[in-house]
Design a protein around this ligand. Structure first.
Ligand SMILES: [Zn+2]
Length: 100
């Protein structure tokens, strides 16, 4: 599975896949699902989850650009300077499927 086209819109990310399907994901939703350790939390040996403090602003939901990461995902660069999250194709694919 590969991405053929990614388009960044004001409030959505549109992705076209090489299996001829495509979908749109709301940027707000995408940011909230940021998979990086800071946003999603890291578990210690006791199972406690530590999350970074997030102060989200309007810029947190503005997507500036993206970068391909290997063959499996993309890194998103948000306007508030956050770019730690690598969104795998698998994750993006399931998100675009749920939109339909
Ligand atoms: Zn994050």
């Amino acid at each position: 599975m590969k991405i053929t086209t990614i388009s960044i819109f004001m409030s959505d990310l549109a992705i076209a896949w090489d299996d001829q399907t495509s979908g749109v994901i709301e940027l707000k939703k995408l940011r909230k699902l940021c998979p990086c350790a800071f946003c999603s939390g890291e578990k210690d040996v006791f199972g406690n989850v530590y999350k970074g403090k997030r102060t989200l602003s309007e810029n947190s939901y503005r997507l500036l650009r993206f970068e391909k990461v290997g063959l499996y995902g993309i890194r998103l660069f948000w306007a508030d300077g956050h770019h730690d999250g690598i969104y795998t194709y698998e994750m993006l694919k399931s998100l675009t499927e749920n939109e339909n």
